[in-house]
Design a protein around this ligand. Sequence first.
Ligand SMILES: Cc1cc2nc3c(=O)[nH]c(=O)nc-3n(C[C@H](O)[C@H](O)[C@H](O)COP(=O)(O)OP(=O)(O)OC[C@H]3O[C@@H](n4cnc5c(N)ncnc54)[C@H](O)[C@@H]3O)c2cc1C
Length: 327
Amino acid sequence: MADVLTYVLHYEGEFNKNSLGAVSEGAARAAEVGGECHAVVVGGDDLTDDLCKTLGQYGAKKVYRAKGPEGLAQPVVDVMAKVIDDGGHNYALFGGGLLGFEIGAGLAARKQAGVTMEVTAVRAEDGKLVAERPILQDSKISVSHYRGDLGIIIGRINAFELRKDGGGDAEVVDVDVEYSPWSNQAKMVNRGEQRGADVDIEGADILVAGGRGLGKAEGFELAESLAKAFGGNTAVAATRAVVDAGWYPYAAQIGQTGKTVSPKLYLAAGISGAIQHKVGMQSSENIVAINKDANAPIFEFSDLGIVGDLNKIIPKLTEAIKAKKGS
Ligand SMILES: Cc1cc2nc3c(=O)[nH]c(=O)nc-3n(C[C@H](O)[C@H](O)[C@H](O)COP(=O)(O)OP(=O)(O)OC[C@H]3O[C@@H](n4cnc5c(N)ncnc54)[C@H](O)[C@@H]3O)c2cc1C
């Protein structure tokens, strides 16, 4: 029997989807090794009994609730370490994302546990869980087996599918934790929704895709105003280079390790056209690329190529579309 512990991030009365995916995955895999999935939540009075119980719908049997600052890594490490010490959990599983990486790494150090990051699949083998992680440019799979009492599994963002399995209410257990002195050193200054986090690039008719050529995160404002000018079912997408740099959310990534899209119009702004990006968008009906490098590979598979500086071209294009639409 092996129990799995997950952490669920919470913001303004809602649980984070990536965390809920980890609960679903933890529940499915724990069941395969005769165990249960439990969740840790940390926060204030807004973590009500009713809200915490809903984690049962995703497969959590117990929810350990601690009072503390929400969204910071070190306090969560303290809570998870205590719950594991008391409960004897064998695995801690996270849905990826920066916070999951930080908590998982902190917990691994605290508990001297083995940790695998960027996991894309977890499976049961001989009554234990093993984690699969793509390596060597995703050409091979490395399989991690855990030797100690605790194994830490950190998924790639959105690797674990969120499933509502219709389970009943989770049992809510309050935990008292004495936070480490260093856990109180960081303060949450501000929280907000990640721009474009819920974007649906797979269903869009028009995609304005931004790459490193946009220069910085703020460069995406150009892509967003162009998308707004198009109107209708238009969304902004991105390359892996920019989502890895934190310029845009992973949900918007096109390509081999992102999403596959086939919109009516795909417009690339500052994208070189690497093979890993191409495989995700090559079946678009019409491909338009703006790139200052006439030799950029993207022009080899574009229907229309515009060689020039996107900082000059996109504002003009945006104005032209607005003028044409009379908006
Ligand atoms: C295993 C593996 C998986 C990967 N999976 C993916 C994936 O799923 N999706 C993905 O996208 N990538 C993926 N990559 C990364 C991929 O190889 C490329 O590194 C990435 O797509 C490059 O992103 P980019 O085009 O934004 O950046 P770059 O390659 O740096 O291109 C930037 C482009 O912008 C142009 N530019 C610069 N300034 C301007 C300007 N002012 N005006 C106009 N043009 C300008 C440049 O000429 C250049 O062509 C993967 C890589 C590996 C190894």
